[in-house]
Design a protein around this ligand. Structure first.
Ligand SMILES: *Cc1c(COP(=O)(O)O)cnc(C)c1O
Length: 495
């Protein structure tokens, strides 16, 4: 059976998985979704003994049905290799009474590597399959982690160029250094004067610009997206939830069929949506707990059924979650609207025009798989400190938001299920906030001095990604205003 993909905004047209990956965003501005979520066709008993790569194949072949076995395995083998600092790729660590699924062992030490180490291979394979001869230009808006992971994934990949926009002052020092030192003759990095939502809206507007598309085609280019709106990012993320459940089973932490809860630190809603897909594939997940920082637009949404981005944008210590427009939520809205593209488009138009929309009572009823919570800056820091003091484990700020919300959920609901926390970044990546949370005396210490200190107190090795930027040359210094993004892209491409 060939699984087809549709836009969340129009019912008529279907595309193949490879076409959906190539395009990134549908022509009507909608997001591609599979016509249905496929079920796993291997048992948990079989999955238990599988490697990460084998699990990836078992999951991804169900979604990407127009890739051959050889193509898909080739992509998987090139993605999940020694770029990761552990053979298990995504280790599970028991911290107190929760299980942390560490998704930060890839090249850029944040969970974006889980998908962005494979996306370039999926995309170049998709281009070949569809006889694309244009050079593919990856345009990406980043709140910090996607940018670097996409740059690392696409650097010097033949037939591609990558342009990354990030909010000046809106990312951590390590994140910025990681991006501006990026090597590769096909990479460009631009700081915009604005926040992440400005960057993301700018990129979306460029994608929707038909005239520009024509101009580019004449020059031999076509755009694609490495943002989590690309289905080629979402599908690889489903893998680690299947893998984590199978490993919990293998390690005897849970019994066959036992339901677990999953807490995900959420920004653009990509990671938690992947967990939702994993559940629909057949993984026994009870609640999907959506953890927000002080930009708690999603918490309010789950609470009230009203999505309202009209509020102050808060810069927090978990910058990769400083987002007011969670793009991937559109895929959930479409699903709970009964795959009604018209209804979904109407709500998205309201969001564009007024910054808010309200879902119907009937749609709200379909959200029972989800729970929302949020952590304040103080609670986040407190979670890092208390966990370190109790267990010696040091977690990053994003993970701490989830760990805090997970604990709140346990306390507020009589729910004894075991809980998996998606651990999305290495503490080295957000080191200043992490170390200050542990002890205020670090507030004025240089970030790179803190690296050695963190290694000492946590007994962990300094990741290669950090060593690399210590002495690297700055290669990218471009800046522009948010309304100059299109002109900047044209200038970079020389069209
Ligand atoms: C991107 C990111 C998130 C948010 O993930 P979404 O898929 O956008 O919800 C959380 N934590 C870290 C460290 C990230 O890089």
């Amino acid at each position: 059976m060939n699984l087809k993909y549709k836009s969340t905004r129009s019912a008529d047209k279907t595309v193949t998985a490879s076409e959906a990956i190539l395009k990134g965003l549908a022509d009507d501005g909608g997001l591609f979704v599979p016509e249905y979520i496929p079920k796993l066709d291997v048992s948990m008993d079989e999955l238990k003994s599988m490697s990460y790569q084998e699990t990836a194949y078992a999951v991804m072949k169900q979604f990407l049905t127009d890739f051959t076995e050889e193509e898909l395995k080739h992509c998987i083998d090139r993605a999940y290799d020694s770029k990761f600092d552990t053979e298990v790729i995504a280790p599970l660590v028991k911290v107190g009474d929760t299980y942390h699924l560490e998704l930060f062992h890839g090249a850029t030490i944040a969970f974006k590597d889980m998908a962005l180490s494979i996306l370039p291979h999926l995309l170049t394979t998709a281009a070949k399959k569809n006889h694309v001869t244009n050079e593919i230009v990856i345009l990406t808006a980043t709140s910090g982690d996607t940018g670097k992971a996409a740059l690392a994934g696409f650097a010097d990949v033949p037939g591609t160029k990558i342009i990354v926009f990030y909010p000046k002052g809106g990312v951590s020092r390590v994140q910025e250094l990681q991006m501006v030192t990026q090597k590769g003759s096909n990479t460009s990095v631009v700081a915009i004067h604005g926040n992440f939502d400005n960057a993301q809206s700018g990129v979306k507007a460029i994608f929707e610009d038909k005239e520009l598309e024509k101009e580019l085609a004449e020059a031999g280019y076509q755009f694609s997206s490495a943002n989590s709106i690309n289905i080629g990012r979402l599908v690889p993320q489903v893998v680690y939830y299947v893998y984590a459940y199978a490993k919990l089973l293998e390690n005897g932490e849970i019994t066959s069929g036992e339901e677990i809860n999953v807490t995900v630190p959420t920004g653009n809603f990509g990671n938690i949506l992947a967990a939702y897909y994993a559940k629909q594939m057949g993984v026994p997940i009870a609640k999907l707990i959506c953890a927000s920082n002080e930009n708690k637009v999603l918490f309010d949404f789950f609470q009230t059924g009203i999505y309202n981005k009209n509020r102050e944008f808060i810069l927090t210590s978990s910058p990769s979650m400083d987002i007011l427009i969670s793009s991937n939520l559109e895929r959930l809205i479409y699903a709970i609207a009964g795959q009604d593209a018209e209804k979904n488009s109407g709500l998205m138009a309201q969001l564009r025009e007024t910054g808010a929309y309200e879902i119907t009572a009937e749609m709200r009823d379909k959200l029972s798989d989800f729970a929302g919570g949020f952590a304040t800056e103080k609670e986040t820091a407190e979670t890092i400190r208390a966990t370190y003091e109790r267990t010696g484990y040091v977690m990053d700020t994003h993970t701490a938001v989830a760990a805090c919300v997970c604990a709140q959920y346990r306390k507020d609901h009589a729910d004894g299920r075991k809980c998996l926390v998606a651990s999305t970044a290495s503490p080295y990546k957000f080191i200043h906030s992490v170390m200050t949370a542990i002890d205020a005396k670090y507030a004025d210490t240089d970030e790179f001095e803190l690296v050695d200190e963190l290694s000492r107190i946590s007994g962990t090795d300094i990741p290669k990604a950090i060593e690399e930027i210590r002495n690297a040359d700055i290669r990218h210094t471009a800046e522009c205003d948010a309304d100059q993004m299109k002109a900047t892209v044209k200038e970079i491409l020389g069209v």
